[in-house]
Each structure stands twice: as C-alpha cells, then as structure tokens.
Design a protein around this ligand. Structure first.
Ligand SMILES: C[S@@+](CC[C@H](N)C(=O)[O-])C[C@H]1O[C@@H](n2cnc3c(N)ncnc32)[C@H](O)[C@@H]1O
Length: 237
C-alpha cells in the first residue's frame, strides 16, 4: 500500500504517460449520447483524484448545479481545486468514502478508477438509494491489470480487479448495464520507480523494479502499452 505522498507521485507519473484522459475526452465528444446522461444537476464523484477527469467531464453536464467530490488525499484535493479554478459548484469531502455519511440524492455517481480502493459491495449498498445512475470507468484485463496479475502480490491481484469482474458481479445481481470500450495507451518506455510503484500499488523493491522494467521493455518493444478504459453505465430501475 502506498502512502498519500507516494501515491501522489506515482499517480502524477501515470498521468504524464497515459493518453487515456485525452482519448476519453475525444470519445465523449463523439459519443456522449450513448451514455444517455439526461439532465444531470447533482453529481457525486468518488476518488476524484486531481480532478483531471471530472474537470473535463463537467463540460458534458450542461445542467450541473452541484458536483460533490470524495477524495482522501490532501494533495489531490488541492490540485483539483486549482484545476477547476475554484468553481463553486464543486464541494469537497477530504476523507475515505467509508467515512462519509450520505444524506443527499444524486442524479449520477461517477466512479473513475477508484473502485479498486473500496469495497464495491459497500459502495453499491450505501449509494443505491441515493442515485438514479452510475458511471464506472475501470481498467480492463489488458495493460496495467496484466502486470498486476503477473507480478502483484496476492492482495494486489485481488484488489486491482478488472472490468470483467465488475460485469460478473452485475450479471450475478441481475443489474442491467451498458458497456463501452475506449482505446488508450500508456508510454512504458524508461520506467522509473514511481511508475512501477503505481503498477504494483506498493513501494517496490530493487528486484521487483528490475523484473517489471525488463518485462515492459521486452513485451512492449515500441514503448506503448495498450490500456483501454471500460465505461459501464448503470441506470437504476
Ligand atoms: C487512480 S486515482 C483516480 C482519480 C480520478 N478519479 C481519475 O480518474 O483521474 C484513485 C483515487 O481514489 C482515491 N481513493 C483511494 N481510496 C479511497 C477511498 N477509500 N475513498 C475515496 N477515494 C479513495 C485516491 O486517493 C485516488 O486519488
């Protein structure tokens, strides 16, 4: 497990290497109607991070009046506030979602690459009476998940699951959803320590760093790792 400081550095390194946010924005510009968002006035984003996603996504919500963000990392919250230029529609809860008392109703709950860090069952059960729709952005079985399943310890392998696992859970609970895949890539050339820490979600040892770096250079000789994002939209019945 990474400390807030280590995670901040690791996540910044990922963001400097991934094309996902740009690819997702381009995809939304062409396909946002596939998400059938309707009139979203009040939204909630869990694990909003530095706001790189939410800041772009708010542009697709023309009726937005309130955007609540739950994010425990203080450095991420500060960066987020600067990015949105202190837009007063945003409100921040700097804590783990598990510590939140949910009282409001939301038109949409956004889970962008954060379900790994929470118990999904707890999230669904806590919020299901509070929202009309869910939007989940999650890693697929490709890219980072492949590295985690190959080199992660048992805890990382379980925690860092992929969208297929979410789909299995939804199918088992008989919850209908729509799925879209957006192609994106990560620059894995010249990996540094922060990047490999992000991949394995821990402060890696010298040995782990060498092993993963050597796998990346052999497996992705052009330095590009395919790492699509899966988008799941769930409308409550
Ligand atoms: C991979 S980042 C994703 C950030 C952002 N949603 C995005 O897509 O760019 C995951 C975020 O979840 C946050 N997080 C971790 N545990 C959490 C928890 N228990 N409740 C809410 N957020 C959490 C982390 O601090 C981090 O900022």
């Amino acid at each position: 497990m990474l400390s807030h400081k280590q995670y901040e550095l690791a996540f910044a390194e990922l963001c400097s290497r991934t094309s996902e946010y740009q690819d997702l924005n381009n995809w939304l510009l062409k396909n946002v109607e596939l998400l059938n968002l309707g009139d979203i006035e009040v939204a909630l984003s869990l694990g909003g991070g530095t706001g790189i996603f939410d800041n772009a996504f708010k542009e697709f919500l023309p009726s937005l009046s309130r955007y609540a963000v739950v994010e425990p990392n203080p450095a991420h919250v500060e960066e987020f506030k600067k990015l949105i230029k202190f837009d007063e529609r945003f409100e921040f809860h700097q804590k783990d979602f598990e510590e939140c008392v949910v009282e409001s109703q939301f038109d949409l709950v956004i889970l962008s690459h954060c379900l790994y860090y929470m118990n999904p069952q707890f999230v669904y059960e806590t919020l299901q009476k509070h929202t009309k729709a869910w939007l989940i952005f999650h890693q697929s079985e490709h890219g980072i998940n492949r590295i985690q399943q190959r080199y992660g310890d048992e805890q990382t392998k379980t925690k860092m699951y992929c969208s297929k696992n979410i789909e299995d859970d939804l199918a088992q609970a008989k919850i209908p959803y729509k799925k879209h895949r957006v192609d994106s890539f990560i620059d894995v050339s010249n990996p540094n320590r922060h990047f490999v820490n992000f991949l394995l979600e821990k402060e890696v040892t010298d040995q782990e760093f060498e092993t993963v770096s050597s796998f990346l250079s052999k497996e992705y000789s052009d330095g590009r790792m395919y790492h699509p994002v899966d988008v799941l939209k769930i409308d409550m019945q």
